[in-house]
Design a protein around this ligand. Structure first.
Ligand code: 26M
Length: 823
């Protein structure tokens, strides 16, 4: 049954207004006439939360009364973005909320949405993917919990000072965050450090037990995740670390008050801050602690849910499927073994059967510096019992290898969970691969490379384990919410069904030769661009012309993503305008956005480089109406929602083989931007789907890059063949973009002309050629609009509903909640 209470949770404007009034008074202690916008945001959010709560409790109750398999999506990051508008959309009450707000003197919903602070609980694509997947799980009525960490400080806020990135702590909780429910009665204990000891149990068997040196408590904070126009409501369960005072009464008794307080402070720092994924060594111990903390709490929580429903622990794989979002939660393989063997006294074979039938692993990168390895000393000092279990998992695995490849010692060294070349380390990708029933990559090309380059011997050993699930993004947030103008156009012409069935966008193809419709299409884009132009003016002071081509690269700043390739191309355009050789060049606004990891020097220098070029270009009257360069500070989910719909050209220019998938590429294409891109990640599939004639391809393929590497890549040879590039490099070296400072960008220039690890010089000429093709295409606007329309029409495949459908079918073997929940 549903906990339907129309008195308190109706979906009409009057009910929403009444809910707001009540929360203003009783929850917030405010009177309507003096309520601030923030107060109204809180009141509306609480009113919306009430409406989620009945759906959430109905779902929980259905799962208690009629147990069925549920997804546990384990991720150290969930980049969920603003919640209010998404929940209004999925409930179907955006207009009702706007009407309710009018009674408080607010003209538009947007004024209230602007107040919302977003939780930046992720770095980039990986964390945002987890958020899209939770939304699709709920929309497809699949019971699921996203398990993660409730960081007190998320990804830093970015300021730009004198062209440099400055990091500011993200105090997202400061105004109160109305979307979470702490559940202290469901707290879990987690141990760290200490030692193991062997003992003989009451049946006379030898066993090992862990005596941790310290403990933390995890307090779950639940965030309801409502699906689109359905009554099932999943949840995020984020763990906050708390102190374990009860364990330390002893310290108080012997008078070590400050010692006891110290441990309290120590365990509270566990969920204090999200680490930027910069591959550096900073805070490594704390990061491993965070991983074990949230994984242990989550697995204990899953086991407890079986206990509470009277289900046997042997049935764990029948009721839970555990997905590892990268190797961050890979310790789950050892922790589930420990919980089953040490706490539940299960024998090894049974425990391994349960573990390996429950766990699956998604790989998100091939970059060697991003593959997690933990120093053995660090690992054993923090998780001594887990190391014992990993040794035993490894021993049995290597035994299997010996039988399969007799006499081949090299393969054992290569596949072992323990890296013994140099200082010893635990390879988390090997632990995850051995413990999982499926290993998947995140785009077709990437999944092939996982099999051929990253884990070839594992793929030969267990070919049926390896599979692909191409990433997707939720059309609710990234089209329906972010682009109301386009959504209205779509709804008028093909109906609303595309929102839950994106393949229906194909119906648009019928309009591809309809001049009137194409004009309408172009005007819709233009009106969205006006809004972004106004945002740019308000936030950077730069005036941009909405009729110019909006050429956009927003993503984390990294050498492999090659923002510097884009900048060099901008300099070439600048020079052509200066030299009067710019005939046929499309007038452009080149927009950048993205954060650099605080410890990643070259990435920060690239930001300085973009801002140096922007300053020179934007101050030059010769560029008026032809070229503008903008760096948007503090790129996040909220800003992304403004940027994707307003873009004409999507820059997806990573070195082939380096970007596992990309998901921004999909958001752009759905919103009608054309892509200029390499054959990397999901770009390959975007191009196949939209058609080669509707995609600007350039650059070397994975094979060509490998050939260059083998034959000894020399960037100088490429530079010498391109006088325009030489001129650009010379200007940079002279300090033309740095107020005469010829030292500022030297490390960047040395990098590009010396090793050029990401083949920027090798791809430059072809990139320039492709950009000329873009300019040419822009001159025939009807043709451009047609290509834009076809990008939207043919990218329904990239809905995360499709991705989640594939996970359910091929990896998880789960289906929708089969209990009727009507609200
Ligand atoms: C960052 C800075 C310096 C060195 C390494 C990194 C780094 C790079 C990749 C750290 C982690 C990385 O991989 C994890 C990750 O976030 N992968 C992204 O996952 C997305 C969702 O699947 C994909 O769309 C992106 O292509 C992939 O990079």
């Amino acid at each position: 049954g549903c906990y339907n209470d129309p008195e308190r949770a109706g979906l009409d404007a009057k009910s929403v207004f009444d809910g707001m009034t009540e929360h203003l008074f009783f929850t917030l202690g405010k009177l309507a006439p003096t309520a601030s916008r923030h107060d109204l945001y809180m009141a509306l959010s609480y009113a919306v939360r009430d409406r989620l709560m009945m759906r959430y409790l109905a779902t929980t109750e259905a799962m208690r009364a009629h147990p069925q398999k549920s997804v546990a999506y384990l991720s150290a990051e969930f980049l969920i973005g603003p919640q209010l508008n998404n929940n209004l959309l999925n409930l179907g009450i955006q207009q009702e909320a706007e009407a309710a707000l009018r009674n408080f003197g607010i003209e538009s919903l947007q004024q209230i949405l602007d107040v919302e602070e977003e939780p930046g609980l992720g770095n980039g694509g990986l964390g945002r993917l987890a958020a899209c997947y939770m939304e699709s799980l709920a929309s497809l009525k699949i019971p699921a919990t996203g398990y993660g960490i409730r960081y007190e400080f998320g990804i830093f806020d970015q300021l730009i000072r004198d062209g440099w990135q400055v990091e500011i702590t993200d105090k997202w909780l400061k105004g109160g965050w109305p979307w979470e429910l702490p559940q202290p009665d469901e707290a879990c204990f987690v141990g760290f450090g200490g030692r193991t000891e062997s003992y003989i149990d009451d049946k006379g068997s030898y066993r090992s037990r862990w005596i941790p040196a310290e403990h933390a408590i995890g307090i779950p904070h639940d965030v309801p995740v409502l699906g689109y126009r359905v009554n099932i409501c999943d949840r995020l369960r984020l763990w906050r670390a708390d102190a374990t005072e009860s364990f330390d009464f002893y310290a108080f008794n012997i008078g070590d008050y400050y010692g006891a307080v110290e441990e309290k402070v120590g365990s509270e720092t566990l969920s204090k801050v999200l680490y930027p994924n910069d591959g550096t060594d900073e805070g490594r111990r704390l990061r491993l602690k965070q991983q074990h903390f949230f994984v242990s709490c989550s697995l204990q929580d899953m086991l407890r849910s079986l206990d509470n429903r009277g289900l046997p622990v042997e049935d764990f794989p029948k009721y839970w499927t555990v997905q590892l979002n990268d190797t961050h939660p890979a310790i789950a393989v050892a922790e589930l073994m420990r919980l089953l063997i040490d706490d539940r006294h299960m024998d090894w074979d049974k425990a391994w059967d349960i573990t390996s039938r429950s766990v699956a692993y998604t790989n998100h990168t091939l970059l060697p510096e991003a593959l997690e390895k933990w120093d053995l000393n660090l690992f054993s000092s923090l998780l001594p019992r887990h190391l014992e279990l990993i040794y035993e998992i490894n021993r049995r695995f290597l035994q299997q290898l010996r039988l399969r490849y007799p006499g081949n010692d090299a393969i054992q060294r290569k596949l072992s969970i323990i890296d013994e070349d140099g200082s010893k380390a635990v390879r988390m990708a090997h632990l995850a691969t051995i413990g999982a029933h499926h290993v998947n990559g995140v785009a077709a090309l990437h999944s092939d490379l996982v099999k051929t380059d990253l884990l070839p011997e594992f793929a030969e050993l267990w070919p049926e384990k390896f599979t692909n699930v191409t990433n997707g993004v939720t059309p609710r947030r990234w089209v329906a919410l972010a682009n109301p103008e386009l959504s209205t156009l779509l709804n008028e012409h093909i109906g609303e069904d595309w929102i839950s069935n994106m393949e229906n966008l194909r119906k648009l193809e019928e309009r591809q030769n309809d001049q009137g419709f194409l004009e309408h299409w172009g005007n819709t884009k233009l009106s969205v661009k006006r809004k972004l132009a106004s945002y740019i003016h308000r936030n950077t002071g730069v005036l941009v012309d909405p009729s110019t081509l909006f050429d956009v690269q927003v993503k984390r700043i990294h050498e492999y993503k090659r923002q510097h390739l884009n900048v060099l191309q901008v300099i070439t355009q600048y020079l052509r305008i200066k030299n009067g050789q710019a005939d046929g060049m499309a007038p452009r606004t080149v927009i950048f956005g993205g954060k650099a990891a605080p410890g990643y020097y070259m990435a920060k220098l690239i930001i300085r480089f973009i801002n140096g070029i922007a300053e020179t270009v934007n101050a030059d009257p010769d560029m008026d109406g032809r070229l503008r360069v903008v760096f948007l500070p503090d790129y996040n989910v909220k800003l992304g929602e403004q940027v994707y719909p307003a873009s004409d050209l999507s820059e997806q220019i990573s070195t082939a083989g380096k970007e596992a998938s990309g998901t921004g590429n999909m958001k752009f294409a759905m919103n009608g931007a054309l892509t200029i891109g390499t054959l990397d990640g999901a770009n390959v599939e975007i191009r196949e789907l939209v058609g080669a004639e509707n995609f600007f391809l350039f650059g070397k393929t994975v094979e060509e890059i490998n050939d260059l590497k083998r034959s000894g890549y020399n960037p100088g040879a490429f530079i010498n063949a391109m006088p325009e590039l030489q001129e650009a490099l010379r200007l940079i070296e002279m300090g033309h973009f740095s107020n005469g400072d010829s030292e500022l960008f030297r490390p960047l220039l040395d990098n590009l002309t010396g090793h050029d690890p990401f083949f920027v010089m090798a791809d430059f000429a072809d990139y320039l050629r492709a950009q000329e093709a873009v300019s040419l295409a822009w001159t025939d606007r009807m043709h451009w609009n047609r290509m834009s329309l076809l990008n939207t029409a043919r990218t329904g495949f990239f809905s995360s509903d499709r991705s989640i459908g594939e996970y359910c079918e091929n990896i998880w073997n789960v289906g929708p909640l089969n209990v009727d929940i009507t609200c």
